[in-house]
Design a protein around this ligand. Structure first.
Ligand code: BTN
Length: 316
């Protein structure tokens, strides 16, 4: 069994690099004896891979997403040692939390769909197959100077850059504290959970990449719909996300350029924003962001008020 799994992994690594392309049969027979190879190809087809032998080549037409996720570590992540991949979970955040109880390293957990996806304020997060639903479990010691508010914005920025890298015709903006937007519709969100009993911070990220229909009451849009012909490939977006996240953590703190990107991408820039914070509200014109991820609101009296948490009720 171990031999078969190793062979499958070896083959899929080659195939992952070549998806949409071809591998010379000569290259494969140098790595696998003929009998093993035929057996492997049969098994892979049963698992949903589409592979076609033509002439001297094997054409890799399709590899299911759940397999492709497993090879993200090929990008040589310096931070994440493991990626857990599931077809379906309740919530990736809950699953990651359970794993954290006996996992010392930083890791990623991704699922093709969630049956109990959660959003902020206890809201349900609609997460059918097609979207990108994942959790980064990151030790507090890894996070350096990033507190929760800054991390929310930093993760939203990583998501924005990753989506645009894969789909260059899409413009992503950010709505403080955690919304990933296309125009005035939501295309993703961040849910950071700080459970004191574990060493990690649980950072859940949901992006509506390929979700084609949403329940009516949601003001949501999928990336694919706005991508003008380009496919918002989940695996490529996640790869980019990991790169961006690692680059950001290398700075150990929120840089000046991150703050100006938060402002540049903010849907509320220059607007009068009203935020509910428990029983009171704060209101003022959005004039920028503080290094700890707070909104800086210029009140009607000309003072600057920093808001680190709360719910935006309106911006006009
Ligand atoms: C929000 O905007 O309200 C936050 C949405 C966060 C959704 C993601 S999907 C992956 C992770 N698992 C969850 O249950 N929620 C987050």
């Amino acid at each position: 069994m171990g031999g078969l799994i190793n062979d499958l992994e070896k083959f899929l690594k080659i195939a992952e690099i070549n998806e949409g392309g071809r591998i010379a049969l000569k290259e494969l027979t140098a790595k696998f004896p003929r009998s093993v190879m035929d057996d492997l190809l049969g098994k892979l087809e049963k698992l949903g891979c589409i592979l076609k032998k033509k002439g001297l080549y094997l054409y890799i037409e399709h590899i299911p997403e759940v397999f492709r996720y497993r090879f993200l570590d090929l990008v040589g992540s310096s931070l994440f040692k493991r990626i857990y991949v599931f077809r379906e979970v309740g919530s990736t955040n809950d699953m990651a939390y359970d794993i954290c109880k006996h996992e010392g390293d930083d890791f990623i957990l991704v699922a093709a769909s969630q049956t109990a996806g959660r959003g902020r304020q206890g809201r349900v997060w609609y997460s059918p197959e097609g979207g990108l639903w994942f959790t980064l479990a990151v030790k507090r010691s890894t996070l350096g100077g990033f507190g929760t508010a800054a991390l929310n914005m930093a993760l939203a920025l990583c998501a924005a850059k990753s989506i645009e890298k894969v789909c260059p015709r899409v413009r992503i903006s950010i709505k403080w504290p955690n919304d990933i937007m296309i125009g005035n519709k939501k295309t993703g969100g961040i849910l950071i959970e700080d459970r004191r009993s574990i060493k990690h911070l649980i950072c859940g990220i949901g992006i509506n990449t390929g979700v084609s229909r949403f329940p009516k009451k949601l003001n949501a849009v999928s990336v694919n719909r706005e991508a003008k012909g380009c496919k918002a490939d989940n695996v490529r977006i996640l790869k980019q996300f990991i790169r961006n996240f690692e680059k950001m953590l290398r700075d150990r703190t929120v840089t000046e350029s991150m703050r100006s990107e938060w402002s540049r991408r903010s849907v509320m820039k220059g607007r009068i924003v009203t935020v509910r914070r428990g029983v009171r509200t704060a209101s003022g014109r959005l004039s920028g962001f503080s290094p700890d991820g707070g909104m800086l609101l210029r009140t009607s009296r000309g003072a600057i008020e920093k808001v680190l948490s709360g719910e935006v009720i309106s911006y006009e």
